[in-house]
Design a protein around this ligand. Structure first.
Ligand SMILES: *[C@@H]1O[C@H](CO)[C@@H](O)[C@H](O)[C@H]1NC(C)=O
Ligand SMILES: *[C@@H]1O[C@H](CO)[C@@H](O)[C@H](O)[C@H]1NC(C)=O
Length: 567
């Protein structure tokens, strides 16, 4: 009742197929069934099978029986060539169009013969040919992935479609080799495949902001077909880079007393991140009280300038730390060393360490009068000082130690000539222009008893009228002493001499204070005509100095005498 016939086809070997023939004879209608397998897409007129032979019918019977094909389909894929008894392709057969994913894919029709009636069912199986490459629905796949994405993060990839079936359908995905991603493939319940990318090495936007990968979908056909899609990955920035200063130490110099706004230096840091993650602001970190008022930093430009008073004498050098901070809060710090350049803004200062005044007028030359210390807050030449005094004065100024000077006497004094000196010491620094200051010492010369009293003139002579009253003042002697005070305090004395065998004091006395000579008794011209005595003026010095003057006196009857001699 049935038979199986193998048929060879002239098509290439991979199109080998089998023809199955089932012949069924039912009641008086002879029925048979044959089955052919052909690849899709065969050319029009290509042989499908020799039905006459396969059904055991001769060509006459086909003609006589008016053999023909009956099909319910609108498209007639096959045509019966009754003259040869063969079935050929009459219309292009696209397996995918005919069956889609359904497999196996076949279509059936009946071949009818009359007289007697025969009905044969012919089934043609369409074998898939790898005529479709896997295709991705879109031209490209785009991802935006943060550079902070952790290893193992998964990214589902779009699947490719391959209309072919079986081995000719999509078999595999391949991701082009790259450092960051590997591919893993999975099967859906329906057997279709999809792929995911796994992050295996963290992304680094600063190194590669964009990645371009290729995903290839391949089928199992022969020849193999493939489809490709580009995977474009934009790596999103994460604030993973701190700002970095381009110098670890900045050195700058600024002139002291520089006005507000004087430029000092610019610090600069860079940040590999983008946008706000890379936007840097600068600031000083923890300035000690006073420094905060002296310097200012522009938070955007990093320019450091003067904002307060810079005084070299207070600080010769400043060290400040600067900080660069991005908007994400990451920071770096650096050091700025600012040297202050001295300006000659300080005059020397004179300090009198010791000063002896008065100085005795008999002080020998070379006696130290004063010790002077000079200071200048400026440095180097601006602080180098020379001291001087008026060269006309009998003094010298000599440097002893650095910045110490001795003021010494340079000649003998005479208090009686110059009792005091104003000594102006001038200290001048070596700056340009130089600054100087002066200090005046008022030196007094103390007295030494170096002058004896001097009588105004002498010798003195006076007449005394006889019969004078005792105690009468006869004369006044006067001496001067150019020394001072006690040394000039004069006492008048009579030298202890004899007159006619009696001490002079029994005739004449002298007021030691004022030098007034008094008659001690009444003189008698007949007894004594002439008196000769020595008056001494003695000062109060220690030892005292004195001088003598001789005093002569005559007693007479007549007061009116013209000559200074006794008769
Ligand atoms: C010294 O200076 C004082 C005060 O200026 C002045 O009174 C005095 O006359 C001066 N003496 C001399 C010797 O110049
Ligand atoms: C003053 O007179 C006395 C007595 O005659 C004499 O010893 C003394 O040396 C005299 N002094 C002077 C300074 O002349």
């Amino acid at each position: 009742m049935s038979s199986v016939v193998s048929q060879w086809s002239p098509l290439p070997p991979y199109y080998c197929w089998q023809v199955l023939i089932f012949l069924l004879y039912l009641s008086n209608v002879v029925s048979g069934q044959i089955r052919y397998s052909i690849p899709e897409e065969m050319k029009k007129g290509s042989l499908i099978g020799n039905v006459a032979q396969d059904l055991g019918l001769d060509l006459k019977r086909l003609r006589a029986g008016r053999a023909r094909i009956v099909t319910g389909e609108s498209i007639q894929y096959t045509e019966l060539k009754t003259d040869k008894g063969i079935l050929v392709v009459s219309e292009r057969i696209d397996r995918e169009q005919l069956c889609g994913d359904v497999t196996p894919c076949s279509f059936s029709f009946e071949m009818i013969l009359e007289n007697p009636m025969e009905l044969h069912r012919v089934t043609v199986e369409i074998i898939d040919v790898n005529d479709h490459a896997p295709a991705f629905p879109n031209k490209g796949i785009h991802f935006e992935i943060s550079e902070s994405a952790t290893v193992g993060s998964r990214f589902l990839l779009e699947s490719a479609e391959d209309n072919d079936v079986g081995l000719n359908a999509l078999q595999n995905y391949i991701l082009n080799p790259n450092d960051n991603f590997i591919l893993k493939q999975h099967a859906n319940p329906d057997g279709s495949k999809y792929a995911e990318m796994f992050l295996q090495k963290p992304l680094d936007r600063e190194e590669h902001p964009f990645l371009s990968l290729k995903l290839i979908a391949v089928d199992g056909g022969d020849p193999q077909r493939s489809g490709t899609v580009n995977i474009e990955i934009t790596v999103l920035d994460v604030n993973d880079n701190a700002p970095v200063f381009n110098q670890s130490v900045y050195r700058a110099a600024v002139v002291e007393n520089g006005p507000k706004g004087t430029y000092i230096t610019t610090v600069n840091a860079s940040d590999a991140d983008r946008d706000t993650n890379g936007q840097i602001t600068y600031s000083f970190s923890k300035l000690k009280g006073s420094i905060a008022d002296i310097f200012v930093i522009d938070q955007n430009s990093g320019i450091i300038s003067v904002s307060g008073q810079i005084d070299f004498e207070k600080d010769k050098k400043y060290e400040v730390r600067v900080e660069a901070k991005d908007q994400g809060g990451l920071t770096d710090s650096s050091k700025v060393v600012i040297e202050v350049i001295d300006v000659n803004d300080n005059a020397p200062v004179i300090n009198v360490m010791s000063f002896s005044s008065p100085v005795s007028e008999d002080a020998p030359p070379g006696t130290t009068i004063a010790i002077i210390n000079v200071k200048d807050a400026d440095s180097e030449r601006n602080g180098q000082i020379t001291c001087s005094i008026d060269t006309n004065l009998p003094f010298k100024i000599k440097s002893s130690l650095t910045n110490y000077y001795n003021l010494i006497t340079d000649s003998i004094f005479d208090r009686e000539a110059v009792p005091e000196y104003n000594i102006t010491i001038t200290a001048t620094d070596s700056g340009s222009p130089p600054l100087s200051s002066a200090r005046t010492l008022h030196l007094r010369i103390s007295d030494v008893n170096d002058n004896a009293p001097l009588f105004d003139k002498g010798p003195y002579f006076a007449y005394v009228t006889e019969n004078n009253s005792p105690g009468m003042s006869i004369f006044t002697v006067s001496a001067r002493d150019s020394d001072w005070n006690q040394n000039a305090r004069i006492s008048y004395l009579l030298e202890d001499t004899q007159i006619s065998g009696s001490p002079v004091s029994s005739y004449i006395s002298i007021n030691s204070e004022n030098g007034v000579l008094h008659a001690v008794r009444s003189f008698d011209y007949e007894q004594i005509k002439q008196l000769k005595l020595e008056v001494k003026a003695q000062d109060g010095g220690s030892p005292p100095l004195s001088s003598n003057v001789s005093f002569g006196s005559c007693s007479c009857r007549n007061v009116f005498r013209t000559e200074q001699k006794c008769l």
